[in-house]
Design a protein around this ligand. Structure first.
Ligand SMILES: [Zn+2]
Length: 89
């Protein structure tokens, strides 16, 4: 009689299938918030811009801006913006 061996394999298969089902349900239903990597242009992480006058990096929202045609130039302070404006060329 091989009934014992057959049932063991069957239980093993059932267990394996339940495990797979558990994995699928877990991954699709419970979305564990993973640590998101900082992507450039993601929107969540603020862009840092470089001041061309003094070379300081500042967050875009805090920067003093000057529009030069289609491009925007960012500065750490109004002082640097003025210096850039007064620069010949
Ligand atoms: Zn500056």
């Amino acid at each position: 009689m091989t009934t014992m061996g057959f049932s063991l394999i069957r239980w093993f298969l059932i267990g394996f299938l339940l495990y797979l089902l558990y994995r699928v349900i877990r991954s699709s239903w419970i979305r564990t918030p993973r640590r998101r990597r900082k992507k450039p242009g993601d929107g969540t992480v603020e862009d840092m811009v470089k001041d061309p006058v003094c070379g300081t990096y500042i967050p875009k929202s805090q920067a003093v801006t000057i529009k030069e045609g289609t491009t925007t130039v960012y500065f750490c302070s109004q002082k640097c913006a003025d210096a850039y404006r007064q620069k010949p060329g």
